[in-house]
Design a protein around this ligand. Structure first.
Ligand code: ZN
Ligand code: ZN
Length: 431
């Protein structure tokens, strides 16, 4: 597998450093097993970890120095230019448009990392398939040199705001950029309605008032209808005065339908064991999906893209989940979410909210170590962690995935390019 994340002469890509560290740890663990298989690797391994901690500290310091000098870590301009130059790249790849999870603007000045909201472009030839539309997704797509009229479909893993914050931007701005005369309607595939409000937290002292009580859990199709209705003044101005097309004519929206008999229940069984289901098949990809474990949100999906040259599996938000292992079996690249529970637990000032939210994080998300276990169980060829929470944590916070996964580990920055063709090899391009 070949990796082509960009790197300016001044600022070596932070994710590349993270990869080098992970590769170093992986090599030493392997070496420890090979050199001295009779002894437990604990001594060698713990010394590796202490050295890794040292390197991580140096890495964090280097990133702060980059920030102070104004030369990193956001080198997206060069990445966008690089990817635009490589737009004829024949090998299938993903572009990590945004790598942060959670309903926050993480890319603040002074943050250890500067990440946009979660969104990924799967690029196969001249066709683009988007997964999620987190904060800044449309602008990141433009920065990557990818054109909206190349986008064939948008897949929404679930309807949490950090995954759909820029859906409005794609509808109101992005559709304007689909100017090719023969461009087909943009397909949108996402979860259907939950059907009822989620169970009330056991930490609640009273029952809160829901938002939009008449329709508190719209699915994808209804959500897009409501977004268009909210912007009707603007849209009708343009449709009647400037003769632009209505979003209704440019979109083909589908709520994902579950087969009968899965046993899915939004309150009690959000990810019953199931075989992956086919979502889309065209001349470039076969897209399959499975239910994942992200309560109380339900349904929530992971997606897999199989191409003639390789596959990528994108977890969506989920706790460790057997369905995902099944979907990602032997995949060339697993893009999995990861949360640093220690770092996030100190962010809350309200104690009741901290208790309730941390309980949610533990039952609905995955630690880096667990993500490594999943990649190992699925025999994925490479693992990249994204949807990083907190989104301003340094990449070094997520390296513990290398303790449970021996293959290549990536902690990508925004706008990194990761090829996933079966014959591609990971390589770094340090300037
Ligand atoms: Zn999320
Ligand atoms: Zn979520």
């Amino acid at each position: 597998m070949r990796r082509t994340a960009s790197c300016t002469p001044k600022a070596v890509s932070s994710s590349r450093i993270a990869w080098l560290i992970a590769a170093w740890v992986t090599w030493h663990r392997t070496a420890a097993r090979v050199i001295d298989p009779s002894r437990a690797t604990a001594t060698r391994y713990s010394s590796c970890l202490s050295v890794t901690s040292f390197i991580s500290a140096v890495y964090d310091l280097a990133k702060q120095i980059q920030l102070c000098l104004g030369i990193g870590p956001r080198d997206s301009g060069s990445k966008a230019g690089e990817h635009a130059q490589r737009s004829a790249m024949p090998s299938p790849h993903v572009v990590t448009l945004g790598t942060a999870g959670g309903p926050r603007w993480w890319d603040r000045p002074g943050a250890a990392a500067a990440r946009s909201g979660i969104s990924t472009a799967v690029v196969v030839g001249d066709a683009i398939y988007l997964v999620d539309a987190g904060q800044g997704a449309g602008r990141q797509l433009a920065r990557a040199g990818l054109r909206m009229d190349q986008v064939r479909a948008l897949f929404l893993t679930h309807l949490h705001s950090d995954h759909v914050a820029d859906l409005t931007g794609l509808l109101l701005f992005g559709l304007f950029e689909r100017r090719e005369p023969d461009v087909v309607p943009l397909a949108v595939h996402g979860p259907g309605a939950r059907g009822n409000l989620p169970p009330l937290s056991s930490h609640a002292n009273l029952r809160p008032e829901p938002v939009a009580p008449a329709n508190p859990t719209p699915g994808t199709a209804e959500m897009i209808e409501l977004l268009c209705a909210a912007h009707a003044t603007d849209l009708n101005d343009r449709i009647f005065d400037s003769l632009t097309s209505s979003p209704a004519d440019q979109l083909a929206v589908h709520d994902i339908e579950l087969p009968a008999g899965t046993g899915f229940d939004p309150d009690h069984t959000v990810a019953p064991p199931m075989e992956p289901i086919e979502i889309l098949r065209d001349d470039r990809v076969l897209v399959t999906a499975t239910l994942v474990d992200h309560p109380p949100t339900a349904p929530a999906y992971a997606f897999r893209f199989d191409t003639a040259d390789g596959s990528v599996t994108i977890s969506g938000d989920t706790a460790p989940c057997d369905n995902l292992v099944r979907l990602g079996r032997d995949t060339d690249l697993l893009l999995h979410e990861a949360i640093d529970l220690d770092a996030i637990s100190v962010r809350y000032t309200d104690e009741a909210m901290r208790r309730a939210t941390m309980e949610h994080h533990r039952r609905a998300h995955t630690t880096p170590r667990q993500a490594g276990e999943i990649a190992t169980a699925a025999t994925a060829r490479a693992l990249a962690l994204h949807h990083l929470v907190p989104g301003d944590s340094p990449a070094s916070s997520f390296l513990t995935a290398s303790e449970t996964f021996d293959g290549p580990l990536l902690i990508p920055d925004d706008l990194d390019v990761i090829e996933f063709a079966a014959g591609a090899r990971l390589r770094t391009e340090v300037a």
